[in-house]
Ligand binder design. Structure first.
Ligand code: E4P
Length: 226
């Protein structure tokens, strides 16, 4: 499973990239608002992220109609070769995805919550489909169970006949809130987990690692003082 970082924060991306495991970034309008981004600075911000990451960077179109989404998608994809246009799973989004995929533009269909949505996204030519986990948990439903249904259903088929450059669709486990979600997504065979930076840090940590290191440091002090 590949790790993407779910953030628009440049410092977080630089830090995660330095660890060597960062395969991509996903952003959304809320994440961009969180870093104080302005409309005018958005293209430059996405370009900066693209230069930092050796992998796909999802930038979301905010248009409502297919015409608006297609126009934005073209503009976003022109920013850098690793831009992936993120489009919500709606009727207008599917139509825009189909049009953009036909032009060879990679799309990540987001806000995906069901098996039919995921299959329609894949059939429209999306390169990535992003089932959301945590938002199901937020409404007291089992997000991991929903992710597992989507992974199982998509694995039944080969969508490379409609994809960009004959690549099959990849599942991005999104709305990840914990290291436990990461474990479960990996066991289900999600191609990618996109995780907030605080969750990525938690994925590195383990109390036995912390305690073991403290014991080694203490014992090394004894060695030094002999
Ligand atoms: C996906 O790409 C989204 O940016 C993200 O995972 C949403 O997560 P949230 O539910 O924590 O906002």
């Amino acid at each position: 499973m590949k790790f993407f970082l779910d953030t628009a924060d440049i410092a977080e991306i630089e830090e995660a990239a330095s660890w060597g495991a960062l395969a991509g970034v996903t952003t959304n309008p809320s994440l961009y608002a969180r870093v104080g981004g302005t409309l005018a600075a958005f293209p430059e911000h996405i370009s900066r992220i693209c230069a930092l990451v050796n992998g796909p960077v999802s930038a979301e179109a905010v248009g409502v109609t297919r015409e608006e989404i297609i126009r934005e998608g073209r503009e976003l994809s022109a920013l850098a070769s690793n831009v992936v246009v993120k489009i919500p799973t709606t009727v207008e989004g599917l139509a825009a995805t189909h049009a953009l995929a036909t032009e060879g533009i990679r799309v990540n269909m987001t806000l995906c919550f069901s098996v039919p949505q995921a299959i329609l996204a894949a059939r429209s030519g999306a390169r990535y489909v992003s089932p959301f986990v945590g938002r199901f948990d937020d409404i007291s439903e089992d997000g991991i169970e929903q992710l597992s249904l989507i992974i199982e259903a998509l694995a039944n088929y080969d969508f490379s006949d409609v994809g960009v450059a004959k690549e099959n669709v990849e599942v991005i486990a999104a709305s990840i809130r914990s290291a436990q979600h990461v474990t479960q997504a990996a066991l289900l065979g999600a191609d990618i987990a996109t995780v907030p930076f605080n969750v990525l840090k938690k994925c590195v940590e383990h109390p036995l690692t912390t305690n073991g290191l403290a014991a080694f440091e203490k014992d090394w002090e004894k060695v030094k003082n002999l």
